[in-house]
Ligand binder design. Structure first.
Ligand SMILES: *Cc1c(COP(=O)(O)O)cnc(C)c1O
Length: 374
């Protein structure tokens, strides 16, 4: 059978490795594995979630709600916008990226991504016949190369993906930079095209900044958020998006209707109502990040990038290891780190690690010193 050309030519997405895989492959006990590969919340979900899910189990013979009104209200309150500006995704934020493509992309439209960044954007957009144009992050200064983004914008540009804090570099894009990009992508502001500027705030809590205020000035913004990171629900697959009422209304027409399961719905609602859990998760996350950064920064053979997120990029050019080799050394010791070789825009000498509990962090630092003879 002949499949569509876009599918035939698609590079597979390479996710972080799971505990199950590593336990099998390296003969280590699953319970002992320390996972620093996928930017999750290491302290688990809100303790109230377990009870809420147990209570809801008796109702799973019924279809879920389709308009998830109460949850939209929670996200709206959390984000300081109105509920009509919110859309909820049931395969995480990734579902909303797909919905963006379904809503806006005609074959041949161009989208811009500064590299290195989250690889899932192009994985989801290429099947729709959209064409990626790459701009750059400057790894010397760990800032966005703004000119490379502005230069990439033309009449065919339909969307831009700007991740802030950026995965995997951890750096932020400033509001001046966003304004420069937004002005060039809105015809009403004298720009060369009408393109949607997607601001991916999957990790915004760890940076203690947001770009929601820009929605008051521009109507071509879509902000991506997720419950998979600081909010501790990666396994439940819940994301949300914030934009103008008009864009959200169009997206609702095409989004899968029942993608948020009943169990995910109560888990999400319970977490958003547990303010104490959210605050604690942010505080502990930042503390863990600063600990890891300071310890790794003392090592001579690596360069660690300052991060406003719950992970950090490490340049390992001077260690004598490739990322694949170093990742393997960690796996032998029961630790999962992210080999960044599959990220476009960087070579095979970078790894990314994410926060763990302070106890696990200390074990990781010990292992790293041991492997690198630091
Ligand atoms: C994790 C992540 C997401 C979304 O993840 P979901 O689990 O699908 O909600 C989006 N963008 C970036 C940059 C991420 O790292």
């Amino acid at each position: 059978m002949q499949v569509r050309r876009e599918v035939e030519e698609l590079d597979p997405y390479v996710p972080g490795r799971s505990k199950e895989e590593i336990a099998q492959e390296f003969g280590v006990k699953k319970e002992d594995i320390i996972k620093l590969g996928s930017n999750e919340n290491p302290w688990g979900p809100s303790p109230k979630v377990k009870e809420a899910i147990e209570e809801e189990l008796k109702n799973i013979n019924r279809y879920p709600e389709s308009d998830v009104e109460a949850l939209k209200k929670e996200f709206a309150k959390y984000s300081n916008v109105s509920p009509e500006q919110i859309i909820v995704g049931g395969d995480g934020a990734d579902e909303l990226i797909d919905t963006l493509a379904k809503t806006f992309i005609e074959k041949g439209d161009e989208f811009i991504v500064p590299l290195p960044s989250y690889m899932y954007y192009e994985f989801l957009f290429k099947p729709y016949g959209a064409i990626p144009h790459y701009a750059r992050w400057n790894l010397e200064t760990n800032t966005l190369d703004l000119d490379s983004v502005l230069d990439a914008i033309n009449e065919k540009t339909k969307m831009l993906f700007l991740c802030s804090p950026n995965n995997p570099t951890g750096a932020l894009i400033s509001q001046d930079e966003f304004r420069a990009i937004l002005n060039k992508t809105s015809k009403s502001k004298g720009g060369v095209c009408d393109a949607l500027v997607v601001i991916d705030e999957a990790y915004f809590e760890y940076s203690e900044t947001t770009n929601v205020n820009l929605l008051d000035e521009y109507d071509n913004i879509f902000i991506i958020r997720t419950m998979s990171k600081v909010l501790g629900l990666a396994g439940m697959r819940i994301g949300y998006g914030i934009s103008s009422k008009e864009i959200i209304e169009y997206m609702h027409r095409i989004k899968p209707v029942f993608s948020l399961t009943k169990l995910s719905y109560v888990a999400a609602l319970t977490t958003m109502q547990d303010k104490e859990y959210i605050e604690e998760s942010i505080k502990k996350g930042i503390e863990s990040r600063e600990y890891l950064y300071n310890e790794i920064n003392k090592m001579k053979s690596v360069k660690v990038y300052k991060s406003y997120s719950n992970f950090m990029l490490i340049d390992i050019h001077d260690t004598g290891f490739t990322a694949a080799e170093l990742t393997k050394e960690f796996m032998k010791r029961g630790m999962i780190v992210r080999d960044c070789t599959s990220f476009k825009g960087i070579d095979e000498y970078y790894i990314r690690i994410s926060i763990c509990t302070l106890e696990e962090d200390a074990k990781f630092i010990e292992a790293m010193k041991d492997i690198l003879n630091e």
